[in-house]
Design a protein around this ligand. Structure first.
Ligand SMILES: Nc1ncnc2c1ncn2[C@@H]1O[C@H](COP(=O)(O)OP(=O)(O)OP(=O)(O)O)[C@@H](O)[C@H]1O
Length: 359
């Protein structure tokens, strides 16, 4: 079906058949079609999307391409990520989305989730940075096998820290700036100042996602991050144990107070599949993550099994998503896809509201 004389507005109308999978409307009404121009059999289409390499947004792009091709046109697609938060442009210019990873209590696998989320997003093709804000236990460098000292360059008379790259992820952590054997005994204000300096001194360049590993709990450092960084959304990590659920509930409340979106709750260390007998053992109980998500009315992002290979990956400096094709690696990969989709929904919803306000 070739339509050589199709106009910009004809094509725009045809693109109304492309539904957004989450917004309950088509992409044109939602304001996601930033520009359409048809010339000499080629359609140049600019989409205003939010989450680069998210599966849902890749699907939208594929369907847009198919509509153009059905109209007999060659499609040239580009995607832009409009500003979400005014602070994005000043605090972290070039960083499109900031995803904080939080937990109510320590030891639930928050850093493991942050590292594998970053690696999983990078595997999808995204440009990713990982900021270890867990100043009291900066163990992200070890989990990525990174021990390189960051370079410092001077730009316009100001020192800029160049984040080293590990597994294709730009990385910054106080763990890279202090000696591994130094005890980190910073009190609140020192930790906060160190962090705020780091926010402004690191030269992240252009990133689709900056994943931030927060310290556990709801203390000063978490508040500092929420006050200073334009956090797009938070992933809350819990285990199925009820004590973790109670602590996590406090964390979710704190994000609410700072008007930070909670992307959802992920349950880590659920179900241990015994390598010898094959039986599944619910070591920390069942379904704590899902009931927590329901109780505080945020999305449930899924569960991650307790698997010795996950710990091994962390100890060897190689994230599980890069290590094998097993169940745990697949669960962490699915988490990266789900989180990217949730970021996309938030941003496209914001775009839709802005478009409606402008009508
Ligand atoms: N799904 C899992 N299966 C097996 N081991 C895991 C899993 N998740 C995390 N671990 C292991 O549990 C330990 C704690 O994990 P991690 O350091 O990520 O937790 P954390 O919540 O960031 O802790 P902290 O409170 O110290 O910041 C690590 O040894 C890690 O390798």
């Amino acid at each position: 079906m070739t339509s050589p004389d199709i106009s910009d507005s004809d094509l725009r109308d045809r693109l109304r058949t492309v539904e957004d999978p989450a917004l309950g409307t088509d992409i044109v009404s939602a304001g996601l079609l930033a520009d359409v121009a048809v010339e000499d059999g080629t359609a140049s289409i600019e989409l205003a999307l939010g989450a680069p390499h998210a599966p849902d947004e890749s699907d939208i792009a594929d369907r847009v391409r198919a509509v153009a091709e059905d109209a007999g046109l060659e499609a040239e697609l580009s995607a832009t990520v409009p500003l979400f938060d005014a602070a994005e442009s000043s605090v972290l210019p070039g960083v499109r989305n900031v995803i904080a990873v939080a937990s109510g209590k320590g030891g639930v696998g928050k850093s493991t989730v942050a590292v594998n989320l970053a690696a999983g997003l990078a595997d999808r093709g995204a440009d990713v940075g990982l900021f270890d804000a867990d100043v009291y236990g900066p163990n992200v460098p070890r989990m990525l096998g990174a021990d390189e000292d960051p370079d410092v360059t001077t730009v316009d008379g100001e020192d800029r820290i160049e984040p080293p790259t590990a597994h294709g992820i730009e990385l910054m952590s106080v763990g890279l700036l202090i000696d591994e054997d130094d005890p980190v005994v910073w009190r609140g204000p020192v930790a906060q100042n160190t962090l705020t300096d780091l926010f402004t001194d690191v030269s992240w360049g252009s990133l689709d996602y900056l994943v931030v590993d927060l310290p556990p709990g709801t203390g000063d450092v978490q508040l500092t991050v929420l006050q200073h960084l334009p956090v797009t959304g938070t992933v809350v990590v819990t285990t199925p144990q009820s004590v973790a659920v109670d602590d996590t509930r406090r964390g979710v409340q704190m994000f609410g107070e700072y008007r930070t979106n909670v992307l959802g709750v992920v349950e880590n260390m659920s179900g241990f599949v015994c390598p010898s007998c094959g039986d599944r053992h619910e070591v920390f109980g069942e379904d704590g993550g899902r009931s927590l998500a329901d109780a505080v009315d945020v999305p449930y992002l899924g569960s991650l099994p307790l698997d010795p290979a996950v710990r091994q990956g962390a100890d060897d400096g190689r994230p599980i998503v890069r290590r094998d094709a097993g169940e745990a690696a697949a669960a962490f990969r699915d988490l990266a896809a789900t989180v990217a989709n949730k970021v996309g929904v938030l941003r496209r919803h914001h775009r839709q509201q802005t478009a409606e306000a402008g009508d």
